[in-house]
Design a protein around this ligand. Structure first.
Ligand code: FAD
Length: 303
């Protein structure tokens, strides 16, 4: 069996692998797609010490760093269940099953998509999901934020300080964000809020986004907004469906962890976007991954 088995090969998993391997213990990492969300990222400018890089390049660097150590890397493996016992067992879709004394879960998350024409075509060409990451690319431009929950309203407030104008589009009749956020939003002169509006299309000139079309759900009329960017903020979904019934999950499906990354099952740790730890960023996921691996090591030497 592995001493530490990591499930997920994003920044959190890679950091956990490096930290575990450096303890000289038997370490494995199984993941569907090594690199994780970083593979879908164009530019990264907020991983301190690396002024500027590209997602695929960063993903390759993660894998190279892990390969430098004696780590059993199992790519293209999707976990489908976790069973606690004397040893912890992770079942894979392939039918195989891996056993370990401790497990670090780092299966990350995915942004919920609008599912409208233009969204996929203009992804990274005006369509964005992360205001902390891509906000500065829209300096002085016009953008829309789709989604009026906490993350949408936070994004609108954040972006209003950078871009020329923000149109906040909410499907329902009211914003769903906390009152304090709504009050702050109302004080901003360069934000227009549109309620009861269903986004139906992201338009572009073939190269980049040039507008967004929504349907006024009361009148049924279509409206077009001219802009350069669309931030989709309708939810970040943790990749934890496979854990239902094993570790404790929050109401949003995030793995509940303590300060050492320990889950509700002894010996099972978790880190990164899949967990309750706030602010989903590469540097945070990597730090949490390191922490969870140290948590697992701490567990191993005590048991
Ligand atoms: P992920 O990166 O999501 O990795 C999850 C890993 O688990 C992957 O290897 C995946 O294949 C694997 N996996 C999932 N389910 C299973 C399963 N059942 N079995 C086995 N393996 C599984 N953050 C920044 O800090 N700066 C940026 O500029 C930035 N830009 C971004 C741009 C985009 C378009 C996106 C989508 C995100 C961006 N982020 C950025 C956020 C950042 O990518 C994430 O916070 C970070 O990747 C989270 O790392 P993670 O290791 O927790 O999870």
């Amino acid at each position: 069996p592995f001493d530490v088995l990591i499930v997920g090969g994003g920044p959190a998993g890679a950091a956990a692998a490096v930290y575990a391997a450096r303890k000289g213990i038997r370490t494995g990492i199984a993941s569907e797609r090594f690199g994780g969300q970083v593979l879908d990222t164009l530019g990264i400018e907020n991983f301190v010490s690396i002024k500027e890089t590209e997602g695929p390049k960063f993903a390759l660097a993660l894998e190279e760093h892990v390969r430098h150590y004696d780590v059993d890397i199992m790519n293209l493996q999707r976990a489908k269940a976790l069973k606690a016992g004397e040893l912890i067992e992770v079942e894979l879709e392939s039918g195989a099953s891996l056993k370990a004394k401790s497990v670090v879960i780092t299966t990350g998350a995915r942004w919920r998509k609008l599912g409208v024409p233009g969204e996929e075509q203009y992804r990274n060409k005006g369509v964005a999901y992360c205001p902390h990451c891509d906000g500065p690319l829209f300096k002085g431009k016009r953008v829309a934020v789709v989604g009026g929950g906490n993350s949408g309203v936070e994004a609108a407030i954040d972006l209003a300080g950078i871009v020329a104008h923000v149109t906040l589009i909410e499907f329902g009749e009211q914003l769903r964000a906390d009152a304090v956020l709504q009050q702050k939003l109302a004080t901003l002169p360069n934000v227009t809020t549109v309620l009861n509006a269903q986004t139906t299309e992201v338009t572009g000139d073939g190269q980049r986004v040039n507008g967004l079309v929504y349907k006024d759900r009361a009148s049924g009329e279509e409206q077009r907004v001219e802009l350069e960017g669309v931030f989709v903020q309708i939810g970040l979904v943790p990749n934890t469906e496979w854990l239902k019934g094993s570790v404790d999950l929050s109401r949003h499906g995030e793995i509940v962890v303590d300060a050492k990354g320990q889950t509700s099952i002894p010996g099972v740790f978790a880190a990164g976007d899949a967990t309750t730890v706030p602010f989903k960023q590469i540097i945070i996921a990597a730090g949490e991954g390191a922490k969870a691996a140290l948590g697992a090591f701490d567990y191993l030497i005590r048991s």
